[in-house]
Design a protein around this ligand. Structure first.
Ligand code: F6P
Length: 555
């Protein structure tokens, strides 16, 4: 393959299957989930799938056999298989940045060959992985000591976006697998409160900072890193910095400039996108927290899902199915958001992580041909762990006016001993999906109110408020247990779902130019706020805000 190969350009709305999907939507949009279940008694078998240690039930979606067939036709018409193959084989599919997209190479087995510009990248990947393992083993053996000879107990990852969200999400999710004597902290926000709060109670003699930044230029990370170094230098000397600061970056030069020893720089490459980087050196905090062998299990789980995604036909392919369902709701039903609802407290960062993964990837409005798109792209992701979410936003899911497809996730076996809690948790997860689908009719409500002894007039008045329309679509993803392996598979599942959606929407999923403008303006505004430069002529609102800020500022 010519690695300069790029993704094909196709407007999905011009395909035959899109038009057929439109007609099909018009003909079937009034069919309810209950109708679908009544019509097809093989529905659960037809619309469920087991991959490795994961089971997906997608039968509670507003689909039938024809819907899925047409969606698979769409995938075929736009040549999805070709797109997948190009990504896996190192083609420069990130055209706007002229790069390959190879996060899948980060979890490829040692003997694999994946070439970028004629060079096999797998040996480099394993070289860095070995270097990470050697580094972490020094904490296992107690041989890495801080400047005063004490062992390191606290590790502070300083990074933002992809250099923070993946690691923090995984570290939280795998809390039961953490090394008992190591605490991992995360600082991302440039708001000084974040660093201050984290450093409060930490001891510079026993703290190691992990500066995680692909570019090593991100203003938030570099500001936090410099302040952390100042904090450290109140106790240690400049030559001690090497024992307390390491870097994870593609920019070795800048990391050395910061004062980090070359041997304590863990590199990755431009073909690893920030939001897809947790399986690279960016995962150092994860490896420190859960140990090298668990980190390797995480990679193995990711690789298993990568292999499934690459080698399985669309109609049995979990990421493809999830992606197509999302397209069905976004582009035909006009739904705007998707909720991610893990019934696992340790997965409480999942939605936040997926927000960056999905919205930074697919929040685009220019297609691969440079034209404005004429259809919606990029779903808005949100969510929170169940059951807490049931007591906050579920009211809107059940009785609001919007169509919000939901992904429910539930590990079958918990990582704790309070098993009776887990039965209740599971009962809640299943009950919510059932309630969202079946709702509660007016007749049911009325007979319930009758049973409570209400008068006819009272029943008539109250009943409408107690009706649940139902017909809200959900996916249920069961994991046998939340382990490094299954979490790895879950992450790769969503990574590939995002790829498929971006591919079909005909956009470039691997750049993020949308984050640049605000950054550039902030750079200009900062000296105006400090008074170092004269106020520029902004719009009247911005000028007034800057003046008010300066007027009130006491520092
Ligand atoms: O938010 C923009 C972004 O470039 C993300 O894509 C990236 O994950 C994050 O900033 C951090 O970038 P870096 O790792 O280079 O500090």
């Amino acid at each position: 393959m010519n690695h300069k190969d790029i993704l094909e350009n196709h407007n999905p709305t011009k395909t035959r299957s899109w038009k057929k999907l439109n007609d099909h939507y018009q003909n079937s949009k009034n069919k309810t989930l209950k109708d679908h279940f009544a019509e097809d008694n093989n529905r659960v078998n037809r619309f469920s799938l087991e991959v490795d240690k994961m089971y997906l039930d997608y039968s509670k979606n507003l689909i039938d056999k024809t819907t899925m067939e047409l969606l698979y036709d769409l995938a075929e018409e736009v040549n999805l298989v070709d797109g997948i193959e190009k990504m896996f084989s190192g083609a420069f599919i990130n055209k706007t940045e002229n790069r390959a997209v190879l996060h899948t190479a980060l979890r490829a087995p040692e003997g694999a060959t994946i070439e970028v510009d004629g060079e096999n990248v797998v040996p480099q990947v394993h070289r860095v992985l070995t270097k990470m393992k050697t580094f972490v083993s020094q904490f296992d053996q107690g041989s890495w000591k801080g400047f005063s000879g004490k062992e390191i107990t606290d590790f502070v990852n300083i990074g933002i976006g992809g250099s923070d969200l993946g690691p923090v999400m995984v570290c939280e999710a795998l809390r039961p697998f953490h090394h008992p004597n190591r605490r991992v902290h995360f600082v991302s926000n440039i708001d000084g409160a974040h660093l201050t709060k984290t450093l409060d109670g930490l001891d510079p003699e026993t703290t190691l900072f992990i500066i995680a930044s692909k570019t090593f230029t991100t203003i938030e990370t570099m500001t936090n890193a410099r302040s952390a170094r100042d904090w450290f230098l109140k106790a240690g000397n400049q030559q001690d910095v090497s024992k307390h600061f390491i870097a994870l970056s593609t920019n070795t030069e800048k990391a050395v400039e910061f004062g980090i020893d070359l041997e304590n720089i863990f590199e990755f490459w431009d073909w690893v996108g920030g939001r897809y980087s947790l399986s690279s050196a960016i995962g150092m905090s994860i490896m420190i927290a859960i140990g090298a062998s668990h980190f390797e299990e995480l990679l193995a789980g990711m690789h298993a899902m990568d292999t499934h995604f690459r080698n399985t036909s669309p109609n049995q392919n979990m990421p493809v199915i999830l992606a197509l369902l999302g397209i069905w709701y976004t582009n035909f039903f006009g739904s705007e958001t998707e909720a991610v609802l893990p019934y696992d407290q340790d997965l409480h960062y999942l939605a936040m992580y997926l927000q960056q993964a999905s919205m930074e990837s697919n929040g685009k409005s220019v297609d691969r041909d440079g034209q404005q798109v004429t259809y919606d792209t990029g779903t808005i992701i949100w969510g929170e762990a169940g059951t807490n979410s049931q007591h906050s936003f579920f009211q809107l899911l059940h009785q609001g006016t919007r169509l919000i497809p939901c992904d429910f996730l539930l590990p079958v076996n918990p990582n704790h001993d309070l098993k009776h809690h887990h039965n209740l948790l599971a009962a809640n997860a299943f009950a919510q999906c059932e309630a969202l689908m079946n709702g509660k009719s007016e007749d049911e409500v009325k007979s319930e109110l009758q049973g409570q002894g209400l008068s006819t007039a009272e029943i008539e008045e109250l009943a409408p408020y107690k009706v649940f329309e139902g017909n809200h679509p959900t996916n249920m993803i069961l994991l046998k247990q939340l382990t490094p392996y299954t979490l790895g598979s879950l992450i790769a599942l969503y990574e590939h779902k995002i790829f498929v959606q971006g591919y079909i929407w005909n956009i470039f999923s691997f750049d993020q130019f949308g984050v640049e403008l605000g950054k550039a303006l902030a750079k200009k505004l900062e000296p105006e706020i400090t008074g170092e430069s004269k106020p520029e002529n902004h719009d009247a609102s911005t000028n007034a805000l800057v003046s008010r800020f300066k007027e009130w500022k006491k520092y």
